[in-house]
Structures are given as structure tokens and as C-alpha cells.
Ligand binder design. Sequence first.
Ligand code: SAM
Length: 241
Amino acid sequence: SVQLYLVPTPIGNLKDITLRAIEVLKSVDVILAEDTRTSGKLLKHLEINRPLQSYHIFNEHKAVEKLVERLKKGEVMALISDAGTPGISDPGFLLVRAAKDAGLEVNCLPGPTAFVPALVNSGLPNDRFTFEGFLPHKKGRQTRIQSLLEESRTMVFYESPHRLMKTLEQFAEAFGPERMASVSRELTKVFEENVRGTLAELIDYYIEHPIKGEIVLVVEGKSEGRSEKREARDEKRESRG
Ligand code: SAM
């Protein structure tokens, strides 16, 4: 039977909690939460009255060992994060890996996460995509961007409002200002907005409309269009002489 559940919680609209998420959260011995104050409010709203224990990025390495010991002894736990799916740009991975290494049964419920609606609503190809999470803020930032120059899949980034403009400008420089992109902010909330355009258009738009709230940025991959293929062919011909 399942010993550790990963339970997604709403990314804004409280109605996005699933019936099964509520059922599981009501049934476990303890709920591990990133921020017990934030999660306390949600659990109170859902009338879930299970013990809460803090589990966040600052104590993740140290906490994992102790938690696995308790899981082995039979405690059933659910891990939730402040919003969305645990483990997606949130703590969770280390605990899941340790639990699996210890032979414990882990179950992740499907549910809210910000990148799926942002990707699907971007109008950019989503048959193949790469989830990039947060870009490094300083060290390694340009290296990361440069590593994506040849990426042909749609790219999904989490971003903060005060860094969006810098990112759009750096992307315009790296990928070219004509590359298509989409900015989703405040998904599922009152001020949800999805804006699509070229990187240059988005820069102009957000100069006029300074952005607030939570943001997902979706960027088209490098086009493998005919013109580029033709260029490559022509180059080959030229090099052959
Ligand atoms: N675990 C979460 C998930 O499953 O999406 C992500 C947690 S991460 C710490 C927080 C980031 O997710 C935000 O900075 C933003 O980029 C994105 N995000 C979360 N909620 C959002 C929302 N309602 N609208 C747009 N982006 C959101």
C-alpha cells in the first residue's frame, strides 16, 4: 500500500483541488508542507484536520533520512507544496528518490501545476517541449541561455515579475526578436492574462503594461523550417565546390 503521496494543490483558484486530493489528505497520518502557515489556511478551508509538519528546501537533505525511517515504520504521509505539484520547481525530488531507494511505495496524484495550462494556452507546438523551470539568476544564466540556442522544442520557463523584462531582452538577443513566445500570468486567478507575440512585441507590451503576479514564459523552439534546411543544403553544395 502507498506510504508516501505527492498531492498537488491549487495554483490560485481553490476550486482546482481534486476530490481525490481531499480524500488522501484526510486519510494520512501527517501532511508535510513547504510552509505550514500557507498550507494551514488551505487545509482549514478544506476542513482537513491532520497534523502538519514543515518540509522545505532548507532542511530537505537532513529531513529526508528521518522521514524515510518513519515511513518504513508504517506512517503514511502526504507531501504538498505552497502551490501546484510538489517536486515541480519545489521540494520533493529528494524525498521521492530516498523513499523509492528504500523500497517504499510512492504515489503522485495528478492535479494543478502552472506549466501545463501555460503551455497548452500558448498556441505554440506542444507535441514536444522542454520544461526549464527557473533560469539561474546570475551565475550560469548566460551559459544556460546559450545552451538553448539550438533547442527546437518549445521551452517553458518559470519567471518572477521583476525579472521578466530582463529575460525577454536576453532571449530576444539570443533567439532573435522575431521568435514567438507567450506570457501567462496569474493562471486560474481573477487577473489571469495570456499574451502571445514575438519577443519584440512582448517587450513593447510589457513596457506599456508593467507586469505583476506569477508568471510562466513559453518560448517557441528554433524553427527547423524549409528555408533553414535549404540554407544548410546550399552551404554543403558550396563547401563541395
Ligand atoms: N510547484 C509549482 C507548479 O507545480 O507549478 C511551481 C512552484 S514555483 C516555486 C512557483 C512558480 O510557478 C512561480 O514563480 C510562477 O513562475 C509559477 N506559477 C505558480 N502559480 C502560478 C500561476 N497561478 N500563474 C502563473 N504562474 C504560476
